[in-house]
Design a protein around this ligand. Sequence first.
Ligand code: SAH
Length: 213
Amino acid sequence: MGVYSISRERMVREQLIPRGIKSPAVIAAMSKTRRHLFIEEALWSRAYEDFPLMIGFGQTISQPYVVAWMSELLESSPGMSVLEIGTGSGYQAAVLHEMGLKVYSVERIRELHQRTRDRLAAGNYARIRLKLDDGTLGWPECAPFDRVIVTAGGPDVPAPLVEQLADPGIMVIPVGLDKRSQKMVVVRKINGKITREAKGSVAFVDLVGACGW
Ligand code: SAH
């Protein structure tokens, strides 16, 4: 097992399956993606533990279960395009790439964007497209996206992201006026109609931008 206190296999068996993660594609991607490569080496021993971890600049890499849950809520199929807002460590983007999606990811903090760009290139994830920008405005040049995933919490669903969602399309985003707690919301666009469904409570870092905090 090496330097990790918990193996990937045990993470899947003890943190994901018992909490209801069922998608074979999500389980395969979480089993394969080397989460430790997306954090500082000093934290490697804790890479597969049941917690979020600090990645610098006040930001975090989500708990493995939350990454798996959001990936499952997207109801994606291989070949679809997905826009991620909040590249952070790049781990969520890597998991979506392993699931066969065409990944576009936007980060607003320059240092995180640059560090993750280098890490993804070194880790054979060069096909993930990255942009340094305010992701609440989306990525209009590459829209529409079959799926949108926002990995930071804002006061409401940013209108540009709804516009850039394909029809049919699904967006997963933590939303709430309380900065310490949000509801995971699934936004669906079908035949021009937008619906929202609130799932469980979560705690994400702030979505900062023109259509965020
Ligand atoms: N998906 C990431 C989670 C990182 S935490 C991972 O797997 O590691 C959320 C990230 O969202 C932070 O890096 C933060 O800087 C970024 N963020 C916050 N507001 C943003 C915005 N408007 N546009 C792009 N990124 C944003």
